[in-house]
Design a protein around this ligand. Structure first.
Ligand SMILES: C[S@@+](CC[C@H](N)C(=O)[O-])C[C@H]1O[C@@H](n2cnc3c(N)ncnc32)[C@H](O)[C@@H]1O
Length: 270
C-alpha cells in the first residue's frame, strides 16, 4: 500500500503485509475516535517527566516559561502531567506545544485545554513531522527555539515509515538543514540522498531548536538513534538508560522470561 506521502517525496511503500499503519494519520484518528488506543504507549512516562523537569531546572529561565515541544502526544496524559508540574513550579503551561498529525488527537487535546486560563493552556498543533511544508504551515516556529523536545514512542512510530528521497531538483518545501545536505551532495557526486524517517525528523527539529536543546525520548528500541550520520551531525547522544517494562508485557507463566526494557534517550543539540 502507499503511505501518506509528505510533500510527495516518499516512494511507494513496500509495507509488510499485516503490519499496523503507525505512519498513517488516519490509522491513529480511528484508534483515538473509537477508544481503541491504549492511551499510554510503553509506560506512563514518569521517568520522562523527571528527566524534563531536571533538565529545565538546570537552565536559566528568566521568562518563567520553559518551551517544550511534545512530539506525537496522541491521547497520552503525559502533557497534562507535565503542565501540572509546571504549575507547581510557578512556570507557565502555555510554553508546552503538542504536535500530532492525528486531527482527532489534536481535537481531543484542544477540547481538554478549552476553558483553561490562557497562561496555563497547552497549545495543540496539527502537523506531519516528516513534512517541512506541514511544519511551516503551522505556527510552530513562533514558539521556537524549544528548550526540550519530548518524545514518548513517537519516533518509534515515525521509524516505521519509508525513507524519503531528496535531490537538487526537490521542490522548495524542504527544510533548510536538509537543503544543505542536498547541496553538499550536489558538489560531490550529485546523487539523490535517502533519509531515514527518524533522521529526517531530527533534521526538521534543527531549525526549531538551538545549541543545548535536549531531546528526551522513550523508545522500545535499543538502537533508535544509531547509525544515522546526519542526525549525529546535529544531535549528540548523551545517554541511553534502560527501564524495566511494566509487568504484563511478558508472559508470567514462563519462569525464565527475560526482562523487557524500554529506553530513555537523552540527546543534546550541538
Ligand atoms: C506510538 S503513539 C504514542 C502516543 C503517545 N506519545 C503515548 O505515549 O501514548 C505515536 C503518536 O505519534 C503520532 N504520530 C505518528 N507519526 C507522526 C508524524 N509523522 N507526525 C506527527 N505525529 C505522528 C500518532 O498520531 C500518535 O499519536
Amino acid at each position: 500500500m502507499a503511505s501518506s506521502s509528505p510533500a510527495g517525496r516518499t516512494r511507494t511503500k513496500k509495507k509488510i503485509t499485516g503490519a499496523p499503519d503507525y505512519d498513517d494519520a488516519a490509522f491513529w484518528d480511528t484508534k483515538f475516535a473509537t477508544g481503541q488506543d491504549v492511551g499510554e504507549w510503553l509506560n506512563s512516562g514518569e521517568g520522562l517527566i523527571e528527566a524534563v523537569l531536571s533538565d529545565l531546572e538546570r537552565r536559566p529561565l528568566p521568562s518563567g516559561r520553559p518551551r517544550v515541544l511534545h512530539l506525537g502526544p496522541g491521547i497520552s496524559k503525559l502533557g497534562t502531567k507535565l503542565r501540572d508540574a509546571f504549575v507547581r513550579r510557578g512556570w507557565m503551561g502555555n510554553g508546552i506545544v503538542n504536535v500530532d498529525f492525528s486531527s482527532e488527537a489534536v481535537r481531543l487535546g484542544q477540547e481538554l485545554e478549552s476553558g483553561r486560563e490562557a497562561t496555563q493552556a497547552m497549545h495543540w498543533v496539527s502537523a506531519d513531522l516528516r513534512s517541512w511544508d506541514d511544519i511551516m504551515s503551522t505556527n510552530l516556529s513562533h514558539f521556537a527555539p524549544f528548550d526540550v523536545i519530548l518524545d514518548k514512542s513517537t519516533s518509534d512510530a515515525i521509524a516505521t515509515s519509508e525513507p524519503q528521497i531528496f535531490s537538487s531538483s526537490s521542490d522548495s518545501g524542504i527544510c533548510p538543514t536538509v537543503r544543505e545536505i542536498v547541496d553538499q551532495n550536489q558538489n560531490g557526486d550529485g546523487k539523490e540522498i535517502s533519509l531515514s524517517p527518524v533522521e529526517l525528523l531530527s533534521l526538521h527539529l534543527v531549525p526549531l531548536t538551538q545549541k543545548g536543546t535536549t531531546w528526551i525520548a522513550l523508545s522500545y528500541s535499543t538502537s533508535r538513534f544509531d547509525n544515522l550520520p546526519h542526525l549525529a551531525a546535529h544531535w549528540r547522544l548523551v545517554s541511553r538508560t534502560g527501564l524495566p517494562a511494566p509487568s504484563g508485557e511478558t508472559s508470567s507463566s514462563a519462569a525464565h522470561t527475560p526482562q523487557v526494557f524500554h529506553w530513555i534517550y537523552i540527546l543534546q543539540r550541538k
